[in-house]
Design a protein around this ligand. Structure first.
Ligand SMILES: [Zn+2]
Length: 115
């Protein structure tokens, strides 16, 4: 990101927001599930083996579509770039470790599985 600063100036922070802060949904999930703000325990929780169908809302297809449209409408291309790179790297990680069932890809399907 620092190398991009001379080209984009302060909007390069959008790359950071889209690329890193998008994982805040993991912490949000932990807070809601365990009613705890313990960040250390939250980060350990997601490393546990056997996790299944965790809803991390910013990583669902529905959010991706809405977020992409939002970014395109408001010309937030750096935010979208960071977000898309983050998701591509996440999917490579999930594929490499065969972790696709750990996380819900679709909010609608996650809801249907609970009804
Ligand atoms: Zn992620």
């Amino acid at each position: 990101m620092i190398t991009l600063y001379p080209f984009y100036n302060w909007p390069v922070l959008y790359l950071f927001i889209g690329g890193f802060l998008i994982d805040f949904d993991h912490y949000l999930y932990y807070i809601i599930k365990f009613r705890s703000l313990n960040l250390k325990k939250a980060s350990k929780y997601f490393l546990k083996p056997g996790l299944k169908d965790v809803l991390v809302i910013f990583h669902t297809f529905e959010f991706m579509i809405v977020f992409t449209l939002f970014c395109l409408y408001f010309n937030l291309y750096l935010l979208l770039t960071g977000y898309l790179i983050h998701n591509i790297l996440d999917y490579i990680y999930l594929y490499k470790h065969n972790f696709f069932n750990r996380r819900a890809s679709s909010l609608l399907m996650w809801i249907v599985r609970r009804v």
